[in-house]
Design a protein around this ligand. Structure first.
Ligand code: NI
Length: 222
């Protein structure tokens, strides 16, 4: 059995070499080596949705680029726009929880905080048939005992371009692209045209730099 694996592995390597050689011939050596070295993962996340005006615009742009993202949804909005939630799911994005009505969970009793999570998870489950596993607590404010109480995995972020504070997509794009590094999680909001524009520009620029966009589970469980 072991020997067979060895042979198969050998074959794989051989095929990879043949492929790499073909690519070198087709393009140029430098481009191929850049692609091989720089397959760095990065994740885009969007909070506070679904948004009736902008989520679909974002989904369309992500689809055109073949890029998945993670959406941390508010239970209250999920109940208002189930079709958009369904669409996010259908397009292959990951859905997480962002509380029911954007509250600071640390200021609530455990019971009330758990209710915020459970109500949102139930609303999402009603639509997509799956319970979210990840939570982005509003304001990044979470009590660690709630990991256990709710069975949720907390997801914070590495880059926050404060996209909600400006309508200048170029500024938001620059803030993210300048800081980006491997395995970063980017915090954004699909709540304005400039944020959607910036997100798509970020995808285009970071793809150029060899980044591969993934959902947050692929970074957290690495
Ligand atoms: Ni939020």
């Amino acid at each position: 059995m072991k020997k067979r694996t060895g042979i198969l592995l050998g074959l794989d390597i051989l095929l990879l070499c043949v492929f790499a050689e073909a690519m070198v011939e087709k393009y140029n050596t430098k481009a191929v080596f850049n692609t091989m070295q720089e397959s760095k993962k990065i994740a885009l996340t969007f909070d506070d949705g679904p948004n009736a005006e902008y989520t679909e615009m974002l989904l369309k742009g992500l689809e055109e680029r073949g890029v998945p993202a993670t959406f941390f949804l508010l239970g209250k909005e999920v109940e208002k726009y189930p079709d958009i939630v369904e669409l996010i799911h259908q397009k292959g994005h990951l859905i997480g929880t962002h509380s029911y009505e954007h509250v600071n969970l640390k200021n609530l009793s455990d019971e009330a905080a758990i209710e915020q999570v459970d109500k949102t998870n139930a609303a999402i489950h009603n639509i997509i048939g799956e319970y979210p596993e990840f939570i982005r607590p509003p304001f990044g404010s979470w009590k660690s005992n709630l990991d256990y109480e709710t069975n949720m995995i907390e997801v914070l972020w590495d880059i926050d371009p404060l996209d909600w504070k400006t309508n200048n997509a170029g500024v938001v794009t620059k803030r993210v692209v300048d800081k980006a590094k491997e395995d970063d999680i980017i915090l954004m909001h699909d709540a304005s045209e400039s944020s959607v524009e910036a997100a798509l520009e970020i995808v285009d620029e970071l793809k150029e730099e060899g980044y591969i966009f993934v959902t947050v589970d692929e970074i957290i469980f690495e």
